[in-house]
Design a protein around this ligand. Structure first.
Ligand SMILES: CC(C)(COP(=O)(O)OP(=O)(O)OC[C@H]1O[C@@H](n2cnc3c(N)ncnc32)[C@H](O)[C@@H]1OP(=O)(O)O)[C@@H](O)C(=O)NCCC(=O)NCCS
Length: 144
């Protein structure tokens, strides 16, 4: 397993966008052409590779709030789930964030993914709210 940063608009970044669309958007009937799904060059795109194929992605927004980054668009391919790719992606994101001087990470977790983030030390800090038609919670973690 390898986790690396995919340069903006690189082939790896494009392949990771397709994976995200398949995992996070299509099952909800959402389009991948929605501006809300756009990436910014200032965001950092971490990809997980297995035998040269993109099997996971997570995005770090560096300038979300002073000192705080936002984790978004977390997805792994169905065929690799439960094999540690998700944890490896979040670990890489946190290590990068610490090196950039951030002290915390925040995210919007789909209700069914809360247990995954709890395993990584994130805590719920909001009431339930709706996003893309699904129940979500804000989750946060201090990093150092
Ligand atoms: C959530 C997701 C990213 C987890 O990725 P993954 O590759 O399965 O993660 P890992 O293999 O690193 O799992 C790490 C641990 O978390 C656990 N875990 C994974 N998903 C979980 C969930 N939804 N609830 C509780 N625990 C979960 C695993 O069982 C594993 O535990 P273990 O170490 O005790 O075996 C993946 O299931 C996914 O892409 N789901 C669909 C998209 C999604 O929900 N994204 C998040 C939106 S907020």
């Amino acid at each position: 397993m390898t986790v690396q940063i995919a340069p903006f608009n690189s082939d790896y970044h494009k392949a990771a966008r397709e994976l995200r669309a398949d995992v996070l958007r299509k099952p909800l009937g959402l389009s991948a052409n929605d501006p809300a799904f756009n990436d910014r060059e200032s965001d950092v795109h971490f990809v997980a590779l297995k035998e040269g194929k993109i099997v996971g992605i997570v995005v770090l927004v560096l300038d979300y709030k002073p000192g705080i980054g936002k984790l978004r668009q977390m997805a792994t391919a169905k065929e690799v789930r439960g094999k540690g790719f998700g944890i490896a992606l979040v670990n890489a994101l946190e290590e990068y964030a610490v090196n950039k001087g951030l002290i915390g990470i925040t995210l919007h977790a789909r209700q069914y993914a809360v247990g995954f983030y709890e395993k990584l030390g994130y805590q719920i800090t909001s009431d339930v709210f709706q996003e893309v038609g699904m129940a979500h919670f804000v989750m946060e973690k201090e990093i150092k």
